[in-house]
Design a protein around this ligand. Sequence first.
Ligand SMILES: [Zn+2]
Length: 241
Amino acid sequence: MAMNRIQFQPGLSMPEFFKLFGTEALCAAALESARWPDGFRCPDCGGGVHCILHSSGNKVFQCNACRHQTSLIAGTVFQSTKLPLTIWFLAIYLVSQARTGLSALALKRQLGVSYPTAWLMQHKLMQVMTEREALYTLSGKVQVDDAYLGGEARVGGKVGRGSENKVAFVAAVSLTDEGTIAGQTQPVPGFKLKAIADWASKCLAAATSSILMDWPASAPWHRRAAPLNAQCGWAQTQGCT
Ligand SMILES: [Zn+2]
């Protein structure tokens, strides 16, 4: 069986994760360098000269030019949080590593937070991931896969793939001979032809040359891609198995 390159993308092991982001100081340093890779920049005037103040144990950056004060988490997905960054980073790790999505209930258990907190974290993270990925269109050789998020059992409800609580996603990556160059995980209202056609017109560039799937040619999703080939001008659709 050919390797599904979405599922076999190189990841970060849990020991590696804790080595890189296991303490509050490590997470703060990682966030600071991600926000300001060339050093602090005032969000108000763009100035770089600043001083550090400490307020209630939090680091506050004060611009020397305009006196604007900002914290490390202001204007980020972590804004106003009372949780340590270590919990947020662990949530990012868990949500991004779970191929079939991670339910808020599973996140609650793994992070040791309340269910409403886990639910809010999950939705905030998925929202920022979706917004970031929406900036890219995939092209060239693209491999697609289906994925689901959520699916907690409710009284009288179904569980598993057919659960009405699950959100369907299309996961897709652009591939080169060297590996993955861009990826997207976009929510879709199911896997019917129209939903996939809408997804394709939004997420795939005209330069998409082929679509790879990890299903046999008889799989419903694969059959639905055939008319899309003509509609979208893809050169070919190949099953990877
Ligand atoms: Zn300033």
